[in-house]
Design a protein around this ligand. Structure first.
Ligand code: SF4
Length: 189
């Protein structure tokens, strides 16, 4: 039986979720949905998955893993692979994940969704919100719109992930972002 004020939260990794999930528990019954076909390689996907599962167990949040289909993700991204981070490439990536979250919520009779993505300073909040609203529209659901990096959210997530000894990733998730991150670090020396 799903409680009326349940929210299905798309989660990308434990280091972002360790702030966002407890924050949302202040006003919702929270369930977490890990659907991230963008994360490569497979070992990284599993690392983030298992940390996320353990965090949910620790804070009493039901955890659902989506289907991992990186090939389908690559097909969708292929036309945009030469674009940099924070471009159409990422908007498509957000859309893939939020549409599946909306579909899962509708299946589970959950009326509200959101995502941990906005806690990252590298994510464009206005895009996340617009894509989230589009994703829920076809199911008649609500997208809970909050830029989680605000009100010190990002800094709290960093401090808490250190306290909990969580992995802080040095790239967003896809292999393209891993290369971009490597180049940024090389430039910094
Ligand atoms: S950089 Fe992140 S948001 Fe952008 S396409 Fe890669 S995994 Fe998706």
């Amino acid at each position: 039986m799903i409680e009326k004020n349940t929210i299905l939260v798309h989660v990308c990794c434990a280091s972002c979720a360790c702030y966002v999930l407890p924050h949302l528990q202040e006003q919702f019954v929270v369930a977490a949905f890990y659907f991230n076909p963008n994360i490569h390689p497979d070992a990284e996907y599993r690392l983030r998955l298992e940390e996320m599962r353990a965090l949910c167990r620790r804070i009493g949040v039901p955890f659902i893993e989506g289907t991992y289909q990186p090939e389908t993700w690559w097909e969708a991204i292929e036309p945009y692979r030469n674009l940099p981070e924070k471009s159409e490439r990422c908007w498509i990536c957000y859309r893939i994940r939020l549409e599946e979250t909306a579909r899962m919520a509708a299946d589970l009779d959950i009326e509200v969704i959101t995502t941990t993505l906005s806690v990252s300073p590298h994510k464009i909040y206005t895009r996340i919100e617009a894509i989230g609203r589009e994703a829920v529209a076809r199911y008649g659901l609500t997208f809970y719109a909050e830029d989680f990096k605000k009100k010190d959210g990002f800094n709290i997530s960093v401090d808490r992930s250190k306290e909990l000894c969580l992995t802080r990733q040095d790239y967003c998730g896809c292999l393209l972002s891993r290369e971009e991150s490597k180049i940024r670090r090389q430039k910094k020396g």
